[in-house]
Design a protein around this ligand. Structure first.
Ligand code: ZN
Ligand code: ZN
Length: 229
């Protein structure tokens, strides 16, 4: 059950977000539906519920406020599919549901608030009053990824064999039997001007595949490590 009312939750998310908008309401209503279906007391003060968000933005703050799941508590993860949808996992029972915005919710909002100043205002008002089954869809799902692996265990850390930076939560790759961070293993989302030669042999072009390929063939890393020392 919900430990706070919709109005209390909206006040919290509005304060966090500096305004109140329809997608925050949608996020709050999703969290409330999760409490209802999974029979959990939310917003939680422990880590029992884990949430996968399928987009960031306003909606994410509504979900976090209603559920008590936060990045800082390691109870939220962004799966960036660009969808206003979320999966809620009860980590005790392993029951999981995926919730998404009803495809007709905008039309229902317009019908419910015919005198609203704009679609935005109609949605802001109607998303607070529409019954859940006109606002949201949900179904039980089975995860294809391991919650144990996602959560890992507290206190686990190793240093990357190549860059030396600390890696938490078992996020390292094992390359030639050694722990390597994802960036050094070729999954970096950035590059540093002039440093390509440290992670690649000179004949490779700069692409994750080539880094991966050279790591798999075991030369890129070791060459880089030896050229550094
Ligand atoms: Zn917003
Ligand atoms: Zn590294």
């Amino acid at each position: 059950m919900m430990l706070l009312t919709l109005d209390e939750l909206l006040a919290r998310t509005a304060a966090l977000h500096n305004h109140l908008c329809p997608r925050q309401v949608l996020g709050v209503r999703m969290g409330m539906l999760a409490a209802d279906v999974l029979k959990l007391d939310l917003p939680q003060s422990d880590k029992r519920l884990f949430t996968f968000l399928e987009t960031d933005g306003c909606f994410a703050d509504g979900v976090a406020v209603a559920t008590g799941c936060w990045l800082g508590h390691r109870t939220i993860r962004l799966m960036d599919f660009g969808k206003v949808a979320a999966t809620f996992v009860d980590t005790q029972s392993n029951q999981a549901i995926r919730v998404w915005a009803h495809p007709e919710s905008r039309r229902y909002a317009a019908e419910a608030e015919p005198t609203a100043r704009s679609h935005w205002h109609a949605q802001l008002a109607a998303y607070q009053t529409l019954p859940a089954n006109k606002l949201l869809c949900w179904q039980p799902i089975q995860l294809t990824i391991s919650m144990e692996a996602i959560i890992s265990r507290p206190g686990i850390r190793v240093n990357c064999t190549y860059c030396g930076e600390e890696i938490l939560n078992e996020r390292e790759k094992i390359v030639n039997g050694e722990p390597v961070c994802r960036a050094c293993a070729g999954e970096a989302y950035y590059h540093i001007d002039g440093l390509e030669s440290l992670t690649l042999d000179n004949e490779s072009s700069f692409s994750p595949d080539s880094v991966y390929g050279s790591l798999a063939g075991m030369s890129g890393l070791e060459m880089a490590a030896s050229s550094e020392s």
